[in-house]
Design a binder for this molecule. Structure first.
Ligand SMILES: *[C@@H]1O[C@H](CO)[C@@H](O)[C@H](O)[C@H]1NC(C)=O
Ligand SMILES: *[C@@H]1O[C@H](CO)[C@@H](O)[C@H](O)[C@H]1NC(C)=O
Ligand SMILES: *[C@@H]1O[C@H](CO)[C@@H](O)[C@H](O)[C@H]1NC(C)=O
Ligand SMILES: *[C@@H]1O[C@H](CO)[C@@H](O)[C@H](O)[C@H]1NC(C)=O
Ligand SMILES: *[C@@H]1O[C@H](CO)[C@@H](O)[C@H](O)[C@H]1NC(C)=O
Ligand SMILES: *[C@@H]1O[C@H](CO)[C@@H](O)[C@H](O)[C@H]1NC(C)=O
Ligand SMILES: *[C@@H]1O[C@H](CO)[C@@H](O)[C@H](O)[C@H]1NC(C)=O
Ligand SMILES: *[C@@H]1O[C@H](CO)[C@@H](O)[C@H](O)[C@H]1NC(C)=O
Ligand SMILES: *[C@@H]1O[C@H](CO)[C@@H](O)[C@H](O)[C@H]1NC(C)=O
Ligand SMILES: *[C@@H]1O[C@H](CO)[C@@H](O)[C@H](O)[C@H]1NC(C)=O
Length: 724
């Protein structure tokens, strides 16, 4: 089961086989042109010199080439040679310089290596256009230029031996017709994903008879769909502007597809039943189009289907009974369809499903009538963004496999059932944006796998139970905009201290985190967009990046750039937040807060906190500290100056007094600062570094504070080029 989700690129011809094959061709070539390992060596040294010229620091493995003159180029790192029993008849056939910090343009003389078959320059920052010289590398079988910043039009010609071509994640643009079908003859894998290609694809690949995997996703291709795709094993045009209908005739009788991704385009009309000709289909994604009519009942005959993404279309609401036959179906997404009324009863019969995604419909009433709460294997249940009402069903707590429960943005009322503390494996409890009242049940403290507890924007009241401190995995706690009150229990400082166990579990159970629907919107609720270090995520949010960010988050691989207090060295970590703003919390902040680990944002704004801010706050690895609109008093702890990666600091609307801490001049990363309306603050604001950049409205209502000159005065001093 697990295996089926992995696209098997290995179905392509094995490296060893063709090495042998090419080698036999090669020997004859050698004799003709007089090239040898000596001329290969000369070319490689030339390559080394050019790379060193363009990369003066952080050089890669090539800088070791020929340092020891007695070593043959065949032993140099990143170089591979043909095997030969006759010394001197070996030739360089492969160069792998992936991830070698290479910038600059592509070397213009790879063709001097006349037997080069395998060239991997992926994951560098190589820019410019592809030089015509590469077209002279007629022996190339494998070319990987992915994850660089290459641009311009694609003009590949004559590379007739090419089997694997990966150009993904670059800046190529324009039409692909010059290169395809020109270089198609032996092509097995082509990945053009994530570029700026435009134009039509319709007949480009007609003559690529050996092609098995074609990924055209995340470009700007338009026009209609290429009708020959059903003879491939994997085909993706996701995230383009391809339009028109998908006709039944496109699915040949002997359709060999395992993975078909037509998502996020502009297809309309019905999804043809002939799709069932693809008997080996494992993943079908048609989400994010404008398909209408019924969900084809023929899908029920494709017994291999494991994931069915139908979301964000306009299919009619009846779900065919035949889908119940899909015994391998694990992932069912029928989100964003504006289905109204009660949830379709049939969903309660998908006993095998692990991921049921029905967010973004308009379901009303309760959830329980459908029977989905009795499904034993559900791991992720996303019913967010609907109109469910009534009280939260207690039965949910009896779903033994539930990891992710998303019920946000509905109209649930009443209190959170204490039984929700019984989910032994729960990682996400997202009940935000409902109308829940009552207090937070202390039993939630039993959720020791919980990573996210999202209860924002409800009407919850009472205190935070100290038991929440037992949630040792809890890294993201959002209780904003409720009516919670009382003091922060010192035990809260213990949350999120050891999420590792949960992350490790997620790394092991590779198949349980399949992404592909709703992650973007979930992460927008969960990751506070306005705040670094989280905000960067929004600049790279595409559907695809949502999947990989989601995956990294759940597996605990570093994602957010943070540094420990006192240090300026940022490392990528999984970093949490405590968001308590917009409540009625009071009392002072326990000094235990300094023992919190892994938290980079603390938002306590719009509450009634009072007393002094504990100096221990300077021990947190914070990027954001927002305590606006409270009653904090006394000195501002100078220790805040120790949080060198702090970017946002909002102390406005409090009652701080004493001298403005001179240590703040250490906050060299501060980009947002507000100390307005602390009328007893005195002293002098530094004018150096970041403090030269803030404007008047960072210091409103501070009569005793000596503030710098501001930009509106400074502009008068700027030289005016029109003078004279
Ligand atoms: C390419 O390299 C070969 C030998 O390594 C050399 O003879 C030739 O002049 C080079 N061509 C260019 C355009 O640099
Ligand atoms: C190309 O290189 C990237 C990054 O090194 C790798 O992930 C990808 O699998 C390679 N593509 C192919 C077709 O081998
Ligand atoms: C194509 O490349 C992209 C980005 O490098 C990658 O995410 C995708 O999985 C690749 N497609 C295939 C079919 O390997
Ligand atoms: C599929 O069928 C077509 C036409 O019936 C035939 O030309 C083609 O060779 C078949 N493909 C495979 C992979 O069997
Ligand atoms: C979907 O189709 C309907 C009518 O068929 C049209 O009104 C609507 O604009 C289309 N939506 C998109 C996003 O293309
Ligand atoms: C539920 O999952 C278990 C373990 O993966 C599997 O053995 C069982 O058959 C599944 N139940 C159904 C009804 O598919
Ligand atoms: C969340 O609550 C705050 C404060 O009550 C309110 O201003 C905001 O509009 C709410 N957000 C939504 C999306 O309901
Ligand atoms: C602090 O939080 C308030 C309320 O969320 C927000 O309006 C303000 O911009 C924040 N301050 C900073 C510096 O980000
Ligand atoms: C604010 O601080 C001043 C000076 O420390 C103090 O006299 C005053 O009582 C405080 N006001 C409140 C509301 O705490
Ligand atoms: C600082 O806070 C005050 C009061 O909320 C606000 O008027 C001002 O615009 C804020 N300044 C900045 C730079 O955000």
């Amino acid at each position: 089961m697990k295996k089926k989700f992995i696209i098997s690129g290995d179905q392509a011809i094995s490296w060893r086989c063709f090495t042998l094959f090419i080698f036999s061709l090669m020997i004859s070539a050698n004799v003709v042109n007089g090239d040898s390992l000596e001329t290969d060596k000369e070319a490689l040294l030339n390559l080394k010199a050019v790379l060193e010229e363009h990369n003066r620091v952080n050089r890669g493995i090539y800088s070791e080439w020929n340092v020891d003159k007695s070593i043959s180029p065949c032993q140099w790192q990143g170089i591979s040679c043909s095997s030969s029993s006759v010394v001197g008849q070996q030739r360089v056939i492969g160069i792998n310089l992936s991830e070698n910090n290479i910038s600059g343009k592509i070397f213009h003389n790879f063709s001097a290596l006349t037997n080069l078959q395998h060239l991997d320059l992926s994951s560098n920052t190589i820019g410019g256009a592809v030089p015509d010289d590469l077209n002279q590398c007629k022996s190339l079988v494998y070319l990987n230029l992915s994850h660089n910043i290459l641009g311009g039009n694609l003009v590949f010609k004559g590379l007739n031996r090419l089997e694997k071509l990966d150009l993904s994640t670059n800046r190529f643009n324009g039409d692909i017709k010059v290169s395809f079908p020109g270089i198609c003859q032996n092509l097995i894998v082509a990945n053009l994903s994530t570029n700026n290609f435009t134009g039509e694809i319709d007949s480009c690949f007609d003559e690529c008879w050996n092609l098995m995997h074609l990924d055209l996703s995340s470009n700007n291709f338009s026009g209609s769909l290429w009708s020959g795709f059903s003879r491939l094993v994997g085909f993706s045009v996701s995230e383009n502007s391809i339009s028109g209908v998908v006709s039944g005739s496109m699915f040949a009788d002997n359709c060999s597809l395992h993975d078909l991704d037509l998502s996020e385009n502009k297809f309309h009309g019905e999804l043809p039943g002939e799709i069932s000709n693809c008997r080996d289909l494992v993943i079908l994604n048609v989400g994010g189009n404008n398909f209408t009519g019924p969900i084809p009942s023929e899908l029920g005959s494709i017994s291999s289907i494991a994931a069915l993404f139908l979301g964000d279309n306009r299919f009619s609401s009846s779900i065919p009974e035949s889908l119940l036959n899909l015994t391998n179906l694990e992932f069912l997404d029928v989100s964003k369809h504006s289905f109204g009324g009660e949830i379709q009863k049939i969903f309660g019969r998908f006993k095998q499903v692990k991921f049921l995604l029905l967010h973004g419909n308009a379901y009303t009433g309760g959830i329980d009538t459908s029977g989905i709460l009795k499904l034993q294997n559900i791991s992720r249940l996303d019913l967010s963004n609907n109109r469910f009402s009534g009280s939260l069903p207690v039965e949910i707590s009896q779903m033994p496999s539930l990891n992710f429960l998303m019920l946000s943005n509905n109209q649930f009322t009443g209190s959170i059932p204490p039984e929700y503390g019984n989910f032994s494996q729960l990682q996400t409890l997202d009940l935000s944006f409902n109308r829940l009242s009552g207090s937070i049940p202390p039993k939630l403290g039993k959720l020791n796998s919980l990573l996210w507890l999202m209860l924002a924007n409800n009407s919850l009241s009472g205190e935070i139970p100290s038991e929440i401190g037992n949630c040792t995995s809890l890294l993201w706690l959002n209780l904003a905009n409720n009516q919670l009150s009382g003091r922060i229990p010192p035990e809260l400082a213990k949350i999120g201290r050891s999420a590792t166990r949960t992350f490790e579990l997620n790394r092991l159970r590779n198949d349980t985190i399949i992404a592909g629907s709703g992650e973007c919107s979930a992460m927008m609720r969960w990751i506070p967009a306005d705040y670094p270090p989280f905000s960067f995520v929004y600049t790279i949010l595409t559907r695809k990046s949502c999947r990989s960010i989601w995956d990294r988050l759940l597996k605990g691989y570093g994602l957010f750039p943070v540094c420990t207090a006192g240090s300026t060295v940022r490392t990528l970590q999984i970093s949490g937040y405590l968001q308590l703003s917009g409540n009625q919390f009071s009392g002072s902040i326990p000094s235990d807060i300094g023992t919190m680990q892994n938290f980079s944002m603390l938002h306590l704004g719009f509450n009634d906190f009072s007393g002094e801010l504990p100096a221990q706050i300077g021990q947190l690895p914070l990027v954001v500290l927002n305590i606006t609109r409270n009653q904090f008093s006394g000195q501002i702890p100078a220790e805040i100056g120790n949080i060198k990666c702090l970017q946002n600091l909002d102390l406005s609307y409090n009652n701080f007094s004493g001298i403005f801490p001179t240590s703040f001049s250490n906050l060299t990363d501060l980009t947002k600062f507000n100390i307005s309306y602390n009328r007893y603050i005195s002293g002098v604001v530094p004018t150096t570094a970041q403090f030269g950049t803030f404007e008047k409205d960072s210091y409103l209502g501070n009569p005793l504070l000596d503030v710098p000159d501001f930009m509106d005065n400074k502009t008068d001093h700027l030289p005016n080029h029109n003078d004279r």
